[in-house]
Write a protein that binds this ligand. Structure first.
Ligand SMILES: Nc1ncnc2c1ncn2[C@@H]1O[C@H](COP(=O)(O)OP(=O)(O)OP(=O)(O)O)[C@@H](O)[C@H]1O
Ligand SMILES: [Mg+2]
Length: 247
């Protein structure tokens, strides 16, 4: 699958968030989109899923322009992706089992037994099977994130995963477990885009790095290029990491 952002502009009110952004990616890539808070990282993922519409420019998925498609036409395109949102919100009033089962009930005709088996398999896969009957509020942040990933996996085999700040608010151990899960879910044909301001996530996960600032992609390159770039804005963003990188 090929994804093309072609001269995308997007504004909120009178503020231009994305100013003429263009890039090409394919679904086997592992990409980190880095940038400070409010620079438009989440916006890029929302545009890619056509949860937002650009002011101008085209977004092509396998040569099809999604900016002009109807909700009905978007459905099969959206199914190529699985997105795990920034807040990873679970449904508060539902148990872990019902959270993971939610889209199976919504979109499939599985029997109760099939649902139960599938939920257990998914929870086992993300390592929280023991929590199946708990309520979200009884789980730690890391467990909630894993349940959210299991729920996102429940109804589809995506061509590409989209993760929005997958490790935010997690302790280092749980952050590492989520990164491991992200890597385990990807393979040579199924990559991901991870949107993050955590340098460690980017370094551990991605082979391609994009840096977003002031509405533009100021940097797009591989790890070596990223680590050794002398772009001033990027070095400033990297902060204390500059010292670590030099070691
Ligand atoms: N619903 C909205 N209405 C108005 N402005 C919004 C809305 N959502 C986002 N924005 C603005 O759009 C800009 C980009 O937001 P976005 O969520 O893409 O940033 P981000 O890079 O993901 O930030 P963070 O790292 O904090 O998640 C921000 O300046 C934000 O204030
Ligand atoms: Mg965001």
């Amino acid at each position: 699958m090929n994804i093309v952002f072609d001269k995308i502009c997007f504004s909120r009110g009178n503020r231009l968030i994305l100013n003429n952004i263009s890039f090409h990616i394919n679904n086997s890539e592992t990409i980190a989109i880095l940038g400070g808070s409010g620079e438009g990282k989440t916006t890029i993922l929302r545009l890619l899923m056509r949860l937002l519409k650009p002011d101008s420019g085209k977004i092509l998925i396998d040569d099809e322009d999604i900016t002009t498609k109807t909700e009905e036409q978007l459905r099969p395109i959206r199914r190529k992706f699985t997105i795990v949102f920034q807040d990873g919100a679970l449904f508060d009033s539902l148990t872990v089992k019902e959270n993971v089962a939610f889209y199976m009930r919504e979109y499939t005709h599985m029997s109760e037994e099939e649902i139960d088996n599938n939920v257990r398999k998914l929870l086992g896969f993300v390592g929280v099977e023991h929590a199946i009957n708990l309520m979200p509020e009884e789980l730690s942040g890391g467990m909630q994130r894993r349940v959210a990933i299991a729920r996102a996996l429940a109804v589809q085999k995506p061509l590409m995963f989209l993760y929005d700040e997958p490790t935010s608010d997690l302790d280092p151990f749980n952050a590492a477990r989520i990164r491991e899960l992200i890597l385990n879910l990807s393979n040579s044909k199924r990559g991901f885009i991870v949107v993050t301001h955590e340098i460690l996530d980017a370094l551990k996960l991605a082979r391609r790095f994009m840096f977003l600032k002031g509405g533009s992609i100021l940097f797009d390159g591989n790890k070596q290029q990223f680590l050794h770039s002398d772009l001033k804005e990027l070095r400033t963003f990297l902060g204390d990491w500059n010292e670590e990188i030099k070691k």
